[in-house]
Ligand binder design. Structure first.
Ligand code: GLA
Length: 749
């Protein structure tokens, strides 16, 4: 049993393989948070909480007369509310019918069951027998607002999920002004917090700071989870690194506006609150009205960030991503975007597909520009009818031609987008998001469809279904190329406009759920100008997401490094593109670009026709390497060995869970004269076994054997213990951005 409840039904202890989480309904019926961290026993840890009479930290009426040490302002709580004596950041803020903002949540019972709860209309981590559910009910005795806290316990994964269901059991309407999913309190507070900030084309930059007095936060008010801050964060001990120290990870399964805030209070205690961003949120709950809050997935590792990341990788790969493409090998694709941009004909596309096929590529993706009036990004969005003049044939004929070349076919769509210059806008201007009577803010000269509207959702479902019914399409790139502002929906009454942002996301999820169940064989890759909606919520519908509009291998080093903290390789859309790189002008070796693409879903985005014979030979080899090591690359245990920000070489590793093989990739981001050698200590192998090392770099046959470092010469064996503790030395680089791949395999001597 992963969920243990004491004999009085008051202490709830959740155990996973290596962690324990505990809460307790105390004598005042307040649900206290007691513990989250390294696995321990079931003893009541709330008893460790220190209480004293604290000036200006008030006491609830019923205890205040005889006990001034009991204060909601200092006690660690499981789900905090605004307005009744807790002055910290809080999870829930309501406005009652009389205009007051008071709420008081008292413990009101619990339920435990096998299996994992679902969150209606929203993505959620799933699991059958592998999970257990605890639901704890809290109720405001005055307003009768009911809050049910849901916990999903995945013992083997070391993952605990949280979601919340709010029901208005009272007689009048209640306005939810803020409704976060997670409140987590610690008795101590000397943490650091790691977040991932960025911008279009440069996502996932890592930032590590001390939690300090005051409130620190990351979030999005952009309608999408955003390039600016990823809805994922880490709270860790100060000295924590890849292999040591306590780390908590929080991943929000939500693709809209979010807020993750932390506060160290006057007593040095830390509180974390995480959920929907309250700035664009005001939700009216009529009597019997219900609102489910999106799920947060949490994990804790007492042994550093590497393990924390691996917990998330496995959970996302096996319990968030769904459908046929969760486990099936995804096709190696070529996308024409950087090869042609808007300027192509059907013949051009067929030529790219034909050449790519010869190199082993399996799927051709026709990117933006194939539909309506779309010669550039100023028009056409919304008109998903093929431009037959430009293609020189019907879409079906084009697909047949691509199939004829032995390639599968994929297509780009931006279903949420609408251009003013489009037939859709001309016939339904009211479907575009804007505030009536005001001019909307343009972005990429486009608007956004009001996905909170059911008629818009139905229209998109129909359009895409018709397309997928008529034409054999294996893959869809679901793009979304602007942030949402001017938030307003013509179908919502004035007092419900604060529901727009969340309703938009619910609408998007409805459309995606409908399409993925109607077309389970279609692989959808998410995208929002690259990583503008790179979140675990989207991964529930689209098992991969285009990581960034930057395809430069060196910039991808840090983007993919950042993403690896919370997301698996199988989620990261990554392609080899041409040099000089279109975003940076940088030249990197083709082999290096391949290494970076293999740290993702792997594919190409260039004109193969323009490649030299040598380059094509390298591509052929890359494709073979990717296929050969697919199981390791996409399903192996991932280790960050060094970072792109220090030293001269960025190294990462994927190892088979059984420890029989590993693949190491190393990219020199800084070539030095008379270099310091780069050592790699290999992780995840069996210490008692013997291994052989195989080195790859482009066409390796030519590499002079006598120059190879120890361990790489044919016939040499190294023990797992030696590789782990002493490591091996990488060949030094002679060219800028040179890369190596080292395959390590268990062998009989
Ligand atoms: C976005 C995507 C790109 C490409 C363009 C097409 O920016 O991220 O990969 O599809 O749109 O307009």
């Amino acid at each position: 049993m992963a969920i243990i409840i004491d004999d009085y039904g008051k202490v709830f202890t959740l155990h996973t393989k290596s962690t324990t989480y505990q809460m307790k309904a105390d004598g005042q019926n307040v649900l206290l948070h007691a513990y989250y961290g390294e696995r321990t026993d079931n003893s009541d840890k709330s008893l460790l909480s220190y209480r004293a009479d604290r000036g200006f930290s008030g006491n609830p009426y019923q205890v205040g007369k005889h006990d001034r040490t009991y204060s909601l302002d200092s006690l660690p709580q499981e789900y905090s509310v605004f307005g009744t004596g807790d002055y910290r950041i809080t999870a829930l803020r309501v406005q009652n019918g009389d205009g007051s903002q008071a709420a008081e949540l008292c413990y009101d019972g619990y339920q435990v069951r096998k299996g994992k709860y679902a969150v209606p209309g929203l993505p959620a981590v799933y699991g059958g027998e592998e999970a257990e559910t605890l639901a704890v009910r809290l109720k405001d005795p005055y307003s009768c607002l009911e809050v049910e806290l849901y916990y999903g316990v995945f013992e083997e994964l070391d993952v605990i999920t949280r979601a919340v269901k709010i029901t208005n059991k009272g007689e009048g309407a209640v306005l939810l002004q803020k409704a976060a999913t997670v409140n987590l309190d610690w008795e101590w507070g000397d943490f650091q917090w790691i977040s991932f900030y960025g911008r279009h084309s440069m996502e996932m930059n890592m930032q590590r700071e001390n939690i300090h007095h005051g409130v620190q936060s990351i979030g999005s008010v952009r309608g999408i989870s955003s390039h600016q801050y990823n809805p994922f964060m880490i709270l860790c001990e100060k000295g924590a690194n890849e292999a040591m120290g306590g780390c908590y990870g929080f991943s929000f399964l939500y693709s809209g506006e979010f807020l993750m805030e932390a506060e160290k209070n006057q007593f040095g205690r830390t509180r974390l609150v995480c959920g929907i961003h309250p700035d664009n949120f005001a939700w009216t709950l009529e009597p019997e009205g219900v609102l489910w809050l999106p799920e947060v997935m949490m994990t804790y590792s007492g042994s550093g960030m590497g393990q924390m990341s691996r917990n998330f990788h496995k959970a996302i790969r096996e319990h968030v991503c769904r459908g046929e493409w969760r486990d099936k090998r995804r096709p190696i694709l070529i996308n024409n975007w950087e090869a042609t941009y808007f300027n192509f004909t059907g013949d051009d596309l067929v030529a790219i597909a034909r050449e790519a096929k010869k190199l082993g590529v399996e799927l051709f993706v026709m990117d933006d520009g194939w539909f309506g009036k779309r010669e550039d990004d100023n028009s056409g969005l919304g008109d998903w009818t093929p431009n037959e003049k430009k293609l020189g044939c019907t879409l079906r004929e084009l697909v047949e031609r691509i199939h004829g070349e032995g390639m599968q076919f994929g297509i780009w769509l931006e279903p949420e987008g609408i251009s003013e210059d489009s037939d859709l806008y001309r016939s339904h201007p009211e479907w575009a998001v804007n505030v009536p009577g005001r001019k909307p803010c343009l972005s990429r000269n486009q608007l956004i469809l009001d996905f909170s509207r059911e008629d818009v959702q139905d229209h998109i479902i129909k359009q895409i279904s018709d397309l997928l019914d008529k034409v054999p399409i294996t893959y869809v790139k679901w793009d979304m190329n602007r942030a949402v502002c001017d938030k307003f929906s013509r179908v919502l009454p004035p007092e419900r406009q604060g529901e727009f942002a969340h309703r938009y996301v619910l609408g998007l999820y409805r459309v995606l759920e409908e399409l993925t169940s109607r077309f389970p064989k279609v692989l959808i890759e998410g995208c929002a100008g690259g990583g503008g909606r790179f979140d675990a919520g989207m991964l529930y519908y689209t098992p991969q997401i285009w990581g960034s509009d930057t395809t430069d291998a060196v910039e991808r080093l840090s983007i993919q490094y950042g993403a690896s903290f919370g997301y698996p390789v199988s989620a990261m859309g990554s392609h080899v593109s041409t040099v000089p790189n279109h975003q940076t002008g940088r030249e990197t070796p083709l082999f290096t670009r391949g290494c970076l693409a293999m740290a993702g879903t792997f594919g190409y985005e260039l004109d193969v026709d323009k490649m030299t014979r040598e380059e094509k030979a390298i591509v052929r080899e890359q494709v073979e390497t990717f296929k050969k090591y697919y199981h390791l690359l996409q399903h192996g245990d991932y280790y960050r060995i060094t970072t792109p920000f220090e030293g001269s070489c960025t190294v990462w590793e994927v190892a088979s869970p059984s420890g029989t093989e590993a693949l190491i990739s190393a990219v020199y981001h800084h070539v030095q004269p008379n270099p310091v050698m780069s050592w790699v200590k290999v992780q995840g192998l069996k210490e008692e076994s013997k291994y052989q090392l195989f080195l790859y770099e482009g066409l390796m046959e030519d590499y002079p054997e006598e120059k190879l470092p120890y361990g790489f010469r044919p016939g040499e064996y190294i023990s797992g213990a030696s590789l782990k503790h002493s490591g091996f030395v990488l060949p030094s680089a002679v060219n800028e951005f040179q890369a190596w791949q080292v395959y390590i395999k268990e062998c009989e001597e």
